[in-house]
Ligand binder design. Structure first.
Ligand SMILES: NC(=O)c1ccc[n+]([C@@H]2O[C@H](COP(=O)([O-])OP(=O)(O)OC[C@H]3O[C@@H](n4cnc5c(N)ncnc54)[C@H](OP(=O)(O)O)[C@@H]3O)[C@@H](O)[C@H]2O)c1
Length: 338
């Protein structure tokens, strides 16, 4: 049986939101498998803000994409052919797929393939709550943020993939969280469905005033997904020994140099609070992923943890899906079903 693969490659570096001709849709027959290879049919592809940064040649932990490269990203899918004894047809795997419908892999360290066991949940969860996104919330809050019972937590991009579980993860350890987001509808979801004690609409409310009112003792843990002005404002309200978790900085993943290099005015407040600010890269926690997965599955099964996925359909929707992250349109983990 022969297959035809469709993939999206980087054609032009985007300016602002991604446009149709920034990417090229290419079609080619899947070559016959060589010894040691296996073929995966993609089920879901994951969207992450940092992908835009790769496209615009931004300097991050991972190298930027070159023109003509297949768009980089994780996916989950089913093994449909195999010449590798570690992978059998029918296995569900997740790893570095790229934006394509069929993936040929050798299962080497570069491809970062994991066998997926989701105990009855959709395979899509392997890219969300039971994947890199969920592990980022888990280790970012508990390990980097050193969360303790009674802590008062502030989360930016609280209704997004990483943010949507953080209110509940805080509650699970006897802490409480307040979320920042861009619409009243999302604020309502944060409080009613996602375990946040309060929410701030950063587009329509005075963020500094609201933080001051909601955190009379100051913030113990600020889990920041956004950077820039929101980070600066939060730094002005830290409690003694506060921990600032530098998870991401989506407000700076733009082609505007002024935004990319936003200069903090309140950085000295970390010193005043005798606090700390720590960045992390989730793949450094790889040896401990199993620990997070086991705990999150238990909490999902016992109703302690709700997860949200925002799913579009079709490879062609990948650019639109990535734009949604920058437009604040997604609620929960943004995915595309292939
Ligand atoms: N450190 C790590 O290893 C690691 C691993 C994974 C992810 N991350 C980072 O974690 C963050 C969240 O990732 P995610 O995949 O879960 O994305 P996400 O939060 O689902 O999507 C982005 C959200 O950010 C908000 N946003 C977009 N532009 C903004 C702006 N200019 N100012 C303020 N908010 C803005 C939007 O929500 P609103 O409606 O609230 O504006 C949007 O829905 C990202 O910064 C990502 O790079 C880090």
């Amino acid at each position: 049986m022969t297959y035809t693969n469709r993939r999206l490659t980087l054609h032009k570096r985007p300016q602002g939101l991604i446009k149709e001709d920034d990417l090229m849709l290419e079609e080619a027959a899947v070559p016959e498998l060589k010894e040691g290879e296996f073929l995966i049919k993609t089920q879901y592809l994951s969207l992450a803000p940092v992908m835009k940064f790769y496209m615009i040649n931004g300097a991050g932990i991972e190298a930027p994409l070159g023109i003509g490269d297949t768009m980089r990203g994780r996916g989950v899918g089913e093994v449909i052919q195999s010449k590798n004894s570690n992978y059998q047809p029918g296995d569900i795997v997740q790893g570095k797929f790229g934006w394509q419908e069929y993936v040929t892999s050798k299962g080497t360290a570069d491809d970062m393939m994991y066998q997926v066991t989701t105990q009855g949940l959709s395979s899509s969860t392997a890219l969300g709550v039971l994947g890199i996104t969920g592990y980022t919330s888990y280790f970012g809050l508990y390990d980097v943020g050193e969360l303790k019972a009674g802590d008062q937590v502030l989360v930016s991009a609280a209704a997004g993939g990483v943010g949507c579980t953080l209110g509940q993860l805080a509650t699970a350890k006897g802490a409480t969280a307040v979320g920042l987001t861009s619409t009243d509808e999302k604020c309502k979801i944060l409080i009613e469905k996602l375990g946040y004690r309060a929410a701030i609409n950063y587009k329509t409310e005075n963020v500094a005033d609201r933080i001051a009112a909601l955190f009379p003792q100051g913030i113990d843990v600020f889990f920041d997904n956004v950077g820039g002005e929101i980070l600066d404002t939060a730094l002005g309200h830290l409690n003694k020994y506060a921990r600032v978790v530098m998870c991401g900085r989506i407000s700076t993943y733009t082609d505007s140099l002024a935004e990319q290099t936003y200069r903090l005015k309140n950085w000295h407040k970390i010193g005043v609070a005798r606090g700390s600010m720590k960045a992390f890269f989730i793949y450094d926690y790889e040896p401990r992923f199993g620990e997070a997965k086991e705990q999150m599955i238990e909490w999902i099964k016992t109703g302690k943890l709700n997860y949200h996925e925002d799913v579009l359909e079709g490879l062609e929707k990948m650019p639109e899906a990535l734009n949604r992250l920058f437009q604040g349109k997604n609620i929960g983990k943004q995915l595309v079903k292939i």
